[in-house]
Design a protein around this ligand. Structure first.
Ligand SMILES: [Zn+2]
Length: 428
């Protein structure tokens, strides 16, 4: 049995519970104690002294596209549809299993170095196995989807409905809930511009049958809304609601343009929203009404949406979220605690793992990150505000998933990152 005790200046259990100068005790994958008193019964445990450090729940990046990462750094100044058609879909059409594998390594190692312990990924139409293999090797908690498209998409990425679905079922059987539940499949119709009604309704049936989450994009740009009005007579959320496919297993990326009716549909169906502020700015998409959705009780998490944004640092997305909505709506729009929740427990809720991760509590899994408190953090008035307003990936010294180190002494445990530099030229 693996037994560990960690001492830290601050242990952030959740946005409303912080332990100062305390110990967190782990047996195997579970937290068994958080206490300010070191007990004799723990004296034989492996002891890690992280004085002058913070231990907090691992970050949850609820929306990425790992297989697009080779396109980063090209800030092409195009809006969504134009950008997809000229840059992203042609790249995805040429993807090989080797490129998919290197892309996942590049993406997932950067997430580990940035404090992310759980993520939800839209891989492309093909080679989804490669992402699972990399997540398995690195030790991350993963929800990985194979993108499905059966209309209005390049011929070599478009699949017959039955093929898209049977590919997905094969991946469910191979990977879903593998490795102590750490690896999971997510059904992934790209969006209603490229998926017909049958694909959405059949996806729901598979979700019900195999108990698998679903993820898609909705209402990100005005161009998308115009297309939907022309083809469906309504926007995506009303369209999907009319099909009867929305429920609490759906994760909807973006939701930038939202009517009162759309918000009522999300309240009724309990679908979750992922906010991607960096991507929404760079693609000139707009500002999502996140403070309103939070007030209405809709579950909103946070995503980096690489490569519509250019790095996987979720601390950066957290800061962008706080700054964007404070500028847009004023000081009462949302608090650093709201953003902290979006990056942790709300992500866990959207992935239906909030009873296991997202906060540090006795009985939950030990998915946690450890950050050094350096001079740029001091003076500390409120450690949670501090994590949103001042913390950065460079503060990260260690991460654990399921009670195992995946990042230790600022190094990735299960992969020598130096190997990546020689692989990167193969992506171009
Ligand atoms: Zn996306």
């Amino acid at each position: 049995m693996s037994k560990k005790v960690f001492k830290a200046s601050y242990i952030i259990s959740s946005s409303d519970k912080v332990y100062e100068n305390s110990f967190i005790v782990i047996e195997n994958d579970k937290i068994i104690e958080i206490t300010s008193n070191f007990k004799n019964e723990f004296k034989d445990y492996d002891f890690y002294d992280y004085s002058n450090h913070v231990i907090m729940p691992g970050l949850i990046d609820s929306h990425i596209h790992s297989y697009q990462v080779a396109n980063r750094g090209k800030n092409v100044k195009k809006s969504l549809i134009d950008w997809l058609n000229t840059h992203i879909l042609p790249w995805e059409a040429k993807l090989t299993s080797r490129k998919a594998n290197i892309s996942a390594l590049l993406a997932y190692t950067e997430m580990i170095e940035s404090g992310t312990t759980t993520f939800a990924d839209f891989t492309s139409v093909n080679h989804t196995d490669e992402a699972f293999k990399v997540a398995e090797k690195l030790g991350l908690r993963a929800f990985i989807g194979k993108t499905m498209m059966n209309i209005n998409s390049p011929e070599n990425l478009q699949q017959l409905t039955k093929v898209a679905l049977s590919d997905s079922i094969a991946l469910i059987k191979k990977w879903h809930r593998k490795d102590n539940g750490r690896l999971n499949f997510a059904l992934t119709p790209r969006f209603d511009l490229t998926c017909d009604n049958e694909l959405f309704t059949e996806t729901l049936k598979i979700s019900d049958k195999y108990d698998v989450l679903m993820q898609t994009h909705t209402q990100e740009t005005k161009g998308e809304l115009d297309f939907e009005m022309e083809h469906y007579g309504k926007h995506a959320i009303a369209h999907l609601d009319e099909l009867g496919v929305l429920n609490d297993k759906y994760i909807l990326a973006h939701c930038v343009y939202m009517s009162d009716e759309d918000i009522n549909i999300l309240k009724k169906t309990k679908a979750s929203v992922v906010h991607n502020p960096g991507s929404n700015m760079l693609l000139n998409s707009g500002i999502a009404p996140i403070p309103l959705m939070l007030k209405e009780g809709i579950n909103v998490s946070l995503g980096s949406d690489v490569v519509a944004y250019h790095n996987f640092n979720l601390f950066e997305q957290a800061r962008l979220t706080y700054n964007m909505h404070t500028l847009n709506e004023g000081f009462t729009s949302l608090s650093p605690r709201d953003v902290f929740n979006m990056a942790t427990i709300n992500g866990a809720k959207s992935l239906h793992i909030d009873k296991e991760v997202g906060t540090l509590e006795i009985g939950k899994k030990a998915d946690m990150i450890i950050l050094k408190l350096d001079t740029h953090h001091y003076p500390i008035a409120d450690i949670i505000d501090n994590m949103i307003l001042s913390a950065n990936k460079n503060d990260l010294v260690a991460s654990l998933v399921d009670g195992k180190f995946i990042f230790k002494d600022r190094k990735i445990v299960n992969f020598d990152k130096k190997e990546l530099f020689s692989m990167i030229p193969e992506l171009i």
